[in-house]
Design a protein around this ligand. Structure first.
Ligand code: BT5
Length: 243
């Protein structure tokens, strides 16, 4: 089945539109939604995703990963992170995966991922992978972490579809690996691309600030760090890394 692409000029959020289309039964496997502009682009929790009209990739990819148990849902995030870094590598950029959902180039955030899963019992009914990749934007608001774009890093302007199409192929290919059970290969590549792995970073957890070394990510997607010689594991909401 060939992938389907839906393009919108302006939407609230491509993830929200994808969710509505799924509920209305308008969407099947291998579906990609893109928009030039989002009036309410979403990040995690209450965070917003900012993007100037027509400058960047704003995409939601819909999957129905019935083969994946809920406890393994982070594997999807790994697949998406690998696909984005594959794509950036193909245009000459060395990108790292900053756990849990950022893609950074030269210590600056170039892309963000927001995966929203609909869970039923122990299975994932559907999953919406929202991806924002900064392509041609040159100025950004002041964010806690610096932002960058493909243009700023390579000096080359891209049409959005020059990124969307190859990215969709990379996503489907990584998804194929996941559904074929090629997890250990993906785990290994993920670790190789993990930002600050085996280097000392500073973290905050609750009201504690500390230094630790990222060692990896466990089966359920928690960050594994070594602090004072001890291994500790943290969930998404339990730790932030300063960089
Ligand atoms: C993310 O959240 O990084 C997930 C972003 C996902 C965006 C896509 S676009 C298509 C789809 N539809 C949606 O509505 N969303 C998805 P988080 O880790 O919470 O990071 C958000 C934070 O990154 C913001 O609070 C800002 O500090 C910063 N930020 C916002 N826009 C940015 C940008 N364009 N580049 C770099 N940083 C940005």
């Amino acid at each position: 089945m060939a992938p389907t692409f839906y393009h919108f000029t302006s939407v609230t959020s491509t993830n929200a539109v994808a969710g509505e289309m799924i509920k209305n039964g308008e969407i099947a496997e291998k579906c990609f939604l893109t928009a030039d502009y989002q009036t309410d682009g979403k990040g995690r929790s209450e965070n917003k995703w900012h993007s100037e009209p027509g400058k960047n990739l704003l995409l939601s990819w819909v999957t129905f990963p019935a083969f994946l148990s809920v406890s393994k849902q982070f594997q999807l995030s790994k697949g998406v992170s690998l696909a984005i870094t594959d794509l950036l590598g193909s245009i000459g950029l060395t990108a790292a995966i900053k756990w849990p959902n950022d893609i950074v180039v030269d210590n600056k955030k170039l892309a963000g991922i927001l995966i929203e899963n609909s869970i039923q019992g122990n299975s994932i009914k559907y999953s919406i992978s929202g991806i924002g990749i900064n392509i041609n934007q040159v100025e950004f608001p002041v964010f806690p972490y610096r932002a960058t774009s493909i243009y700023l890093e390579t000096g080359k302007a891209y049409r959005i579809d020059q990124i969307t199409r190859p990215l969709s192929e990379r996503l489907l290919s990584r998804y194929g690996q996941l559904s074929n059970g090629e997890e250990s290969l993906m785990d290994q590549e993920y670790l190789e691309r993990l930002f600050m792995k085996d280097r000392v970073s500073s973290f905050e957890s609750g009201n504690r600030s500390f230094e630790a070394i990222i060692r990896g990510v466990n089966r359920t997607g928690e960050l594994v760090v070594e602090a004072d010689g001890r291994i500790e594991e943290y969930g998404f909401h339990e730790i932030t890394m300063n960089y």
